[in-house]
Design a protein around this ligand. Sequence first.
Ligand SMILES: CC(=O)N[C@H](C=O)[C@@H](O)[C@H](O)[C@H](O)CO
Ligand SMILES: CC(=O)C(=O)O
Length: 304
Amino acid sequence: MASPGSKKLTGLVAATFTPLTPEGEINLAMIGPYIDFLLEKQGVRNVFVNGTTGEGMSFSVEERKRLAEEWCQRGKGKLEQVIVHVGCMSLKDSQDLARHAAEVGADGIAVIAPSFFKPSDADALRQFLQEVAATAQGLPFYYYHIPALTGVNLRARDVVEGIEKCIPSFHGLKFSGQDLLDFGQCVSYSQPHWSLLYGMDEQLLAALALGANGAVGSTYNYLGSKVNSLLSAFDKGELSQARNLQFQVQDVLSYAVKQGFDVAVNKQLMSEVSGLALGPPRLPLKPCPHPRILSIAQKVQQVL
Ligand SMILES: CC(=O)N[C@H](C=O)[C@@H](O)[C@H](O)[C@H](O)CO
Ligand SMILES: CC(=O)C(=O)O
């Protein structure tokens, strides 16, 4: 059982991109070098696999298993934690992925709200999460809250109400929303062994002030070292330094948003900045013209 003894997830967690070949097939051979890049160049020791950034919902169950297995195998003895996102529209697929994540040695699993048929209330969502978690009881379980993408606008605080009664392996949440009132209320309700991980990289400092234990995000793939400095400035109480670093991240992201920023652009940006050939996105995402990537990459380089 991972639950009582498992190490609390803190600090930065990179939401990884999924490497594809130029033909659009999963490219497992890139995962080893990707892990080395995160460790050596970014100082990032945790990953969140098959999530939004990883286009998890665009891959088949079989592909997601192969990806999860490769990240766990390659990360063994190197990464601190590999969290596998196992959310699907089908409860059965999610359970299958949860069982598989436990078999291949993941350190935790996360589940997003199903979004085609949406849960009508917090209780319906909790029941869905419970049925997934029950298939991997020894694994720390995280709820992945991302209302802008799921369209499921339930308050996270309502979702976590009494959640440990139905999910004993519950270990926290990844909160990718702007509602800091809801986030704060999750923190104040949380248990000491829960990890409250914030997921909007542009306003992490505000979440840290409210008690976030760490952050899961796409930009920690290439701004990880910068944001590690932000975390240590915050820990030392050097607030003006932390603010300065957050403002730099905000400058990069607001520039990127003006150019048009989505997971496809972000993935190409990572290839450009890291030198890792991560390949194209999968449809319905479309590749973006290279000059736009170069101009955003320049902006990233300026703050490194
Ligand atoms: C929608 C999306 O990809 N969200 C990511 C994680 O939740 C974030 O890391 C954002 O990419 C980041 O905050 C930039 O907006
Ligand atoms: C950012 C994040 O956590 C994700 O891409 O799933």
